[in-house]
Ligand binder design. Structure first.
Ligand SMILES: Nc1ncnc2c1ncn2[C@@H]1O[C@H](COP(=O)(O)OP(=O)(O)OP(=O)(O)O)[C@@H](O)[C@H]1O
Length: 294
């Protein structure tokens, strides 16, 4: 596959079926170096399935290249350079944190125990703590410290902050960005907390029923999508121009367009930045409530 040096992951016509269920439908995308990519989608959209394919635990159709490896065939080699926290990740409850550090040292050739201990010092978790005595937030921090102590090129996190309170989520992401992301490594994060993660991301991928409905760097959203705040009197003219979403923003009517609306429509409103949440709603609503052609 044609892979440039800066491309870490490339998928071409990637599909995946569970029996008759098409969980991934012909995905084409690439992820470059130094990216923080949010993978968004409703329950059942295919996020976990995509992550499993990327780490080689699900057979797929089409072509997938991760760091030059074919994930299923080269899984052992791949997992030296790609770390993964699945959504069902658990740590052994009987262990003390220090024992986990030692366990990882024996398991992973690129794991640094010193680095793990250094990362753990950032958290309220102590090396002598037993896993069973840690709160959910502390378990997530421990998990991240262990994974971030692996000198990998790609990190894949499946809903890593599920069930954590807002402060724990914030400190989880701070540690990830401050301590692991270095402008070369890339991370793919699936989450339902769209508003919260927006400020961290360089790119967003949205899945809807197994299809990739958006794959865009955040700094290009403004070039492609136009959101207009408008007076109620303009509603009919705006609707006639087929926005992909009509909604309310700070109490005012608003409409979102994929591409620039005609000039006479654009002049009816005041342009503003569309949020990721608005884009997500527009692009992943059920077809019966979103009859516009996209
Ligand atoms: N092992 C499996 N066997 C059969 N169908 C599966 C299996 N795993 C997932 N699916 C189906 O594939 C689709 C995608 O599931 P997946 O778990 O990838 O979604 P998701 O986006 O991660 O959802 P969530 O946000 O709820 O975690 C769903 O329809 C799901 O029911």
């Amino acid at each position: 596959m044609n892979q440039t040096q800066d491309t870490l992951i490339r998928a071409e016509n990637l599909s995946l079926n569970y029996g008759k269920k098409r969980a991934l439908d012909n995905l084409n995308f690439s992820i470059g170096k130094g990216r923080v990519v949010g993978l968004l989608g409703h329950n059942g959209a295919g996020k976990t399935t995509l992550m499993k394919a990327l780490v080689g635990v699900q057979a797929h159709e089409g072509r997938l290249d991760v760091l030059g490896f074919e994930p299923q065939r080269d899984r052992v080699k791949l997992l030296e350079q790609v770390t993964y926290i699945p959504d069902v990740a658990i740590l052994p409850r009987w262990a003390r944190v220090e024992q986990l550090v030692e366990l990882m040292s024996g398991l992973h050739p690129k794991f640094s125990a010193d680095r793990a201990r250094e990362l753990l010092r950032r958290t309220s978790v102590k090396l002598t703590d037993k896993v069973k005595a840690l709160s959910k937030g502390m378990v997530a921090q421990t998990h991240l410290a262990l994974i971030a102590a692996v000198d990998a090129k790609v990190m894949i996190l499946d809903e890593p902050t599920l069930g954590l309170d807002v402060l724990s989520r914030k400190s989880f992401y701070e540690m990830l960005i401050d301590e692991w992301c270095d402008g070369e490594r890339s991370v793919l994060i699936s989450t339902h907390q769209v508003e919260e993660i927006e400020g961290l991301l360089s790119d967003v991928m949205m899945l809807n029923e197994g299809k990739l409905v958006l794959n865009i760097p955040l700094d290009q959203i403004d070039d492609r999508f136009v959101a207009l705040k408008h007076d109620p009197q303009a509603a009919e003219a705006i609707a006639a121009a087929h926005p992909i979403l009509r909604y309310r923003q700070q109490g005012e009517a608003a409409a979102l367009f994929d591409g620039a609306p005609p000039a006479h429509v654009a002049s009816l409103g005041q342009r503003m930045r569309p949020s990721l949440v608005d884009l997500f709603v527009a692009l992943t609503r059920a077809p019966e409530i979103n009859p516009q052609q996209r």
